[in-house]
Design a protein around this ligand. Structure first.
Ligand SMILES: C[S@@+](CC[C@H](N)C(=O)[O-])C[C@H]1O[C@@H](n2cnc3c(N)ncnc32)[C@H](O)[C@@H]1O
Length: 222
């Protein structure tokens, strides 16, 4: 099965569970922690975020763009990639003036390079190790000198969801083994706990209860 077929099949099942992904005190706390940590990493790497060009791989409906815009990245400097038809349509209507590259990112011919290539919970949807390595290599190849991969994904398996598979820290390191300049931060209070504690997120958010990492891998030729 091609990677595109695998992802489309998985997400057809998932759309019936869309109600599970609604906004809540937990999801708000996750987003604000993610944004603060990403901003800290990116502002210590780039002097002026208004000048960077960013590509999001597997951008879903494209809404992470607002997160980067609030941080200082110009909306017009954000490009998207996605492969699911319905999500592509949402990106087209929400961001009609932005560049959108359709299809499996591993095979898309991107005509330019970027300062930030971002992925959020894309790799855990990809179950085959060779597909993961091919996409990681593709992302690395799209960096400008001094550019960075920004990575957000989970590092533990979810026993209730066989359609996704963790990418632990050792695997992330091996996907970008060409890179010697990197930062990896454990973030995000694990969902089963976070959903229960809701607005008390910050009281429980200690490293051993965190389920995701935010990582930055810099191309050292800057
Ligand atoms: C869990 S969703 C996350 C969407 C978005 N990144 C976010 O943070 O909300 C993963 C997305 O990655 C996309 N995806 C997975 N593999 C891909 C690939 N090889 N090329 C392009 N998109 C891909 C899926 O279609 C899906 O929309």
């Amino acid at each position: 099965m091609s990677l595109s077929d695998q992802i489309n099949t998985q997400y057809n099942k998932r759309s019936s569970k869309a109600h599970l992904y609604q906004r809540s005190p937990y999801s708000d706390a996750v987003q604000s922690e993610l944004k603060a940590t990403a901003k800290q990493l990116l502002t210590s790497t780039f002097k002026d975020l208004s000048k960077v060009k960013l590509l999001e791989i597997g951008a879903g409906n494209g809404t992470n763009a607002y997160f980067f815009e609030e941080m200082g990245v110009k909306l017009e400097n954000i490009s998207f990639n996605e492969l699911i038809g319905e999500r592509l349509n949402n990106i087209k209507s929400g961001f009609p003036n932005n560049k959108l590259y359709e299809g499996d990112a591993t095979h898309v011919q991107f005509p330019e390079k970027y300062d930030i290539v971002f992925q959020s919970t894309v790799f855990t949807s990809i179950l085959n190790d060779n597909d993961r390595k091919a996409l990681a290599d593709k992302m690395w190849s799209l960096l400008n000198p001094g550019g960075v991969i920004l990575w957000y994904d989970f590092i533990y398996n979810n026993p209730k969801n066989a359609d996704v598979k963790k990418v632990d820290i050792a695997e992330v390191r091996s996907l970008f083994n060409k890179c010697s300049n990197f930062t990896i931060k454990k973030i995000t209070l694990a969902p089963p706990i976070g959903r229960k504690v809701g607005k008390f997120y910050h009281l429980f958010n200690v490293p051993f209860l965190r389920s995701h990492i935010l990582a930055l891998f810099q191309n050292g030729n800057g």
